[in-house]
Design a protein around this ligand. Sequence first.
Ligand SMILES: Cc1cc2nc3c(=O)[nH]c(=O)nc-3n(C[C@H](O)[C@H](O)[C@H](O)COP(=O)(O)OP(=O)(O)OC[C@H]3O[C@@H](n4cnc5c(N)ncnc54)[C@H](O)[C@@H]3O)c2cc1C
Ligand code: FES
Length: 266
Amino acid sequence: MTAPFGRRACEVLDGHASGGYRVFSLLDREGPEPEPGQFYMLAAESHWEERGGRPFLPRAFSVADADPADGGVRLDFLIEGVGPGTDRLCELVEGERVWLNGPLGNSFSSPRELSENAAGAILVGGGIGIAPLALWRRRLAARNVPARVLLGFRDETHSGGLDDLFACCEVALASDDGHIGHHGYVTDLLAVMLDGDDAQSAAVYACGPPPMLDAVQALCTSGEVACELAMESPMACGYGACYGCAVPRGDGTYLRLCVDGPVVRA
Ligand SMILES: Cc1cc2nc3c(=O)[nH]c(=O)nc-3n(C[C@H](O)[C@H](O)[C@H](O)COP(=O)(O)OP(=O)(O)OC[C@H]3O[C@@H](n4cnc5c(N)ncnc54)[C@H](O)[C@@H]3O)c2cc1C
Ligand code: FES
């Protein structure tokens, strides 16, 4: 287990709407640059324990983009307001401060680490799960690893982040309600892609709601395609101490998703 980095207050550089989601950027003056797939525990410095005492604990968020900046590392997060913690983070404006702990957890493996035949990557994101794939796509592009990107959304309200995080790259889209791209699931697009001759020369990386991850896992298992999933479970500490994030493995044992994940082999 890696010891957590110290909790530190970071300044909000920007906060704006991105479709139905919200993007905000922090300046981390102390931390190292994160790896794609890693996450941070975040809590607003002010107005955090106001809504009936909640949220009280910090909340876990994937880093969606990271770049060296003047005085530290600029970190971008994509947030969907679903409760008191995310609602407060959606309100953040420039100049406020956020308590941050991280980067935490493991990161995506390279395609060649997953499968020696893998010549490229297929990234499959659903809803707010597109966040960690944005940084991964940028890092793969920087290493000249070809990556195809498939993103799906439930409806227009539950979608966003495309212009902020996936500009300048080709993306195949799907939506459950047909408002954009293929009318259906993003896994329909993956199934067609994996039917192609070169399917086994790719490694698949997926993040999204549990039913989507189940479908990706089933498709990759039956096609014998290497795959990693970035998963979620409720997290109280983020660094292995509370066991709140335990999820069962197929063999009856458990893993702590914050230290053994959030990226797991399908
Ligand atoms: C590794 C990791 C990365 C994440 N990355 C992002 C991200 O990039 N953007 C983003 O918007 N959200 C992300 N999340 C989810 C985010 O942490 C939760 O939405 C947040 O904790 C909800 O807090 P809340 O106070 O707003 O709502 P709460 O009232 O605490 O929760 C709202 C609802 O979501 C459920 N819930 C809370 N936490 C989780 C969770 N971790 N997994 C599944 N269900 C949960 C609750 O049971 C409840 O039904 C991530 C979670 C993890 C574990
Ligand atoms: S969140 Fe505490 S052990 Fe994983």
